[in-house]
Design a protein around this ligand. Structure first.
Ligand code: SF4
Length: 437
């Protein structure tokens, strides 16, 4: 497996630095673009080091992501005043003129145009803004550019839903998907590079069927049959798209990991209706039940938004109670963030910032204690862990099948190794494991 983080200080090659914000899909896309630079003879250096090109792959899900992006541009310019700065992705797609005016920015590329960065950099006179609203699908698979040992394979992009709070359909357009044939070919490439685990990514993977005309269940079945693939996960699946057939296929192979991410957003039906989500609380409960019946030890992540316009204390309490009651293990809690042009931004009963903050903190604390309890519950059991890196304390870190992070003390080189481990104890929330030979 090629490590694109490797820095060759002796080399006279041009240097490129990356920073990725946002979702796994963005990380997957940065991986592909990073490999494109390496193939053209660039060395990848740390973000913030002097570089000929700095590539920032942006996100626009929250206000915070927007301002982080602007800070990163300033940092990149300070590090490489002569270097070229390329700002790409969702925030670039939405706010190109603002970004293009910032000092040091040479290229602003939308969600599909970012793959053409090499062509644009070669132009004698660079046109700064390239945004294509009729974006086609660009498949992508990642390398280890962000230090992961999992390959993120993009099979879908865009979204046909119109959740009232979400800017993504504006930034990434309508749903598009990679055919099964192409996705399998991409998967074979990353396996040939030495990856053992693939994570299927997309904006709304459940829309795969409606966009490609082929069934997601069939794609998962074909991938599970691939020689050389040890582990398969899906990054996030909308609850209304997790069909019985899909669950059956997932359950049919030990290669499919007992780990899911199923967005909830709110535990109150009125709020879910306002959000234009395609399920209600009872539907969500039923789906989680099905998952736990099929995978009794599953780790289950869920996104939730606190302080959606009009959310009362009682409605927030219902979300809290639901998340406490359900076997959810990995919480992703966000304050509602007003995004220009979305339906939710236009209503007038927005929640005060301190209220949102306090609700976020309350749910995050619940999430931390549930994650800790989940890890403690696994103590005394065995699992297979894929190891990613040795940390500063000298312990190897890896993830079990159900996404419990484990720490192992070993002199062996465990990077990218799948090993059977015994989860020995929980030390202040860290699950300490031992290798079983
Ligand atoms: S499903 Fe809803 S929240 Fe997810 S990307 Fe589509 S519109 Fe946004």
């Amino acid at each position: 497996m090629q490590n694109t983080n490797d820095v060759n200080t002796e080399s006279n090659n041009k240097k490129v630095a990356f920073h990725t914000l946002g979702c796994r899909l963005n990380f997957s896309e940065t991986g592909t673009i990073s490999q494109g630079f390496v193939d053209r003879g660039y060395d990848v250096v740390e973000f913030g080091d002097q570089a000929d090109v700095t590539f920032i792959n942006t996100c626009t899900v929250t206000d915070g992501a927007d301002s982080t992006c602007r800070n990163l541009i300033r940092k990149a310019h300070r590090a490489s005043p002569e270097g070229k700065i390329v700002v790409a992705g969702c925030y670039a797609q939405m706010e190109a003129p603002i970004i293009a005016k910032m000092t040091g920015v040479d290229l602003v590329l939308g969600t599909s145009e970012k793959y053409k960065v090499f062509e644009y950099l070669e132009e004698d006179e660079i046109d700064t803004i390239h945004i294509d609203k009729s974006a086609d699908f660009y498949g992508a698979s990642t390398s280890s550019s962000e230090g992961h040992t999992r390959a993120f394979l993009k099979i879908q992009d865009g979204c046909n839903y119109i959740c009232s709070f979400c800017i993504i359909p504006f930034a990434r357009g309508r749903s598009k998907a990679l055919s099964i044939e192409k996705a399998v070919a991409e998967a074979k490439k990353v396996l040939a590079d030495g990856f053992k685990e693939i994570v299927l990514t997309g904006v709304n993977i459940g829309e795969y069927e409606s966009s490609s005309g082929e069934k997601l269940a069939d794609l998962v079945r074909e991938l599970l049959a691939l020689d050389g693939l040890d582990r398969l996960r899906v990054s996030s699946v909308e609850p209304n798209t997790l069909t019985d057939e899909l669950l059956e296929v997932m359950k049919s192979s030990p290669k499919f990991m007992d780990h899911f991410h199923i967005p909830l957003q709110s535990g109150n039906d009125e709020i879910l209706t306002g959000m234009r989500r395609k399920y209600r609380v009872e539907d969500y409960k039923r789906i989680i039940n099905k998952v736990i019946t099929a995978f009794p030890n599953a780790g289950i992540g869920a996104d939730v938004i606190c302080g959606y316009p009009g959310e009362t204390d009682e409605q927030f309490q219902e979300t809290f109670d639901l998340m406490k009651e359900l076997p959810l293990t990995h919480f992703h809690v966000f304050p509602y963030s007003k995004r220009k042009n979305t339906t939710a931004a236009k209503v007038d009963n927005h929640i005060q910032h301190p209220v949102k903050k306090s609700r976020v903190n309350t749910l995050r604390m619940l999430g931390e204690s549930k994650l800790r309890m989940f890890g403690e519950d696994q103590v005394g059991t065995k699992s297979e862990a894929l190891f990613e890196r040795r940390n500063k304390e000298g312990l190897w870190e890896g993830y079990t099948t159900n996404f419990v992070r484990v720490y192992v003390d070993s002199n062996e080189d465990l990077k990218n190794q799948i090993r059977t481990v015994f989860l020995d104890r929980s030390d202040e929330g860290k699950v300490i494991a031992e290798l079983i030979n």
